[in-house]
Design a protein around this ligand. Structure first.
Ligand SMILES: C[S@@+](CC[C@H](N)C(=O)[O-])C[C@H]1O[C@@H](n2cnc3c(N)ncnc32)[C@H](O)[C@@H]1O
Length: 187
């Protein structure tokens, strides 16, 4: 895969910042995987919960641009929203992302649009509640990608139990970065 030089140098800068701590960004390997996954699945409406400074958002926005998807991302910390906007502007990807600078838990209660792809990367103890709020809006075959399922497997026990035991989901674990769980929804 080829990445624009300007975006690549921004991603490298954000990786250095992440190594210094405090950002909790996905790994480059995970970003590349999400990018390829979106190109393969071609979702029409995508959502991310937990953008932080936009490292993961950039990978997914590049893919959203490629497949022509509408992409929403939630981030509720004002300083992070500022960094997110700044980084997406540098990457020239801002026009491909609908930033919702608010609490996803609040906004999902009034959500109306159908969704094909979700990346869960906010608070780990809220994944299950968020999935349940999203469920009525998932299209058949929608893909839910949950991050940190290896690093935070104890906090995510309720989420992992739910998707493993509810027949509406078929899931697989990817041992990438902090662990990704891919779950396909069949209404
Ligand atoms: C692990 S970081 C996200 C890292 C980012 N996805 C990446 O890999 O580059 C989690 C982020 O989610 C945000 N967050 C957590 N719960 C949220 C919620 N309910 N609504 C909006 N943002 C939330 C936090 O402020 C934090 O910036």
């Amino acid at each position: 895969m080829t990445i624009d030089d300007k975006i690549d140098s921004l991603l490298k800068k954000l990786e250095e910042l992440n190594n210094e701590g405090g950002q909790w960004n996905i790994s480059r390997e995970t970003g590349q995987f999400l990018y390829q996954l979106i190109l393969e699945k071609k979702p029409q409406v995508m959502m991310e919960i937990g953008a932080s400074n936009g490292y993961s958002t950039i990978w997914q926005a590049m893919a959203a641009r490629h497949v022509g998807a509408k992409f929403y991302t939630f981030e509720f910390v004002p300083d992070k929203v500022r960094d997110l906007v700044h980084n997406l502007q540098i990457a020239k990807l801002i026009q491909y992302v609908n930033i919702i600078p608010d609490d996803a838990n609040k906004r999902l209660k009034h959500w109306e649009e159908k969704i094909d792809y979700v990346f869960l990367d906010g608070r780990k103890n809220e994944y299950l509640a968020q999935l349940k709020l999203l469920e009525p809006h998932l299209n058949e075959g929608a893909l839910i990608v949950a991050d940190n399922v290896i690093s935070h497997k104890h906090v995510l026990e309720d989420y992992l139990y739910y998707i493993a035991n509810d027949k509406k989901y078929k899931s697989e674990l990817k041992d990438l970065g902090t662990g990704l769980e891919l779950s396909y929804y069949s209404g």
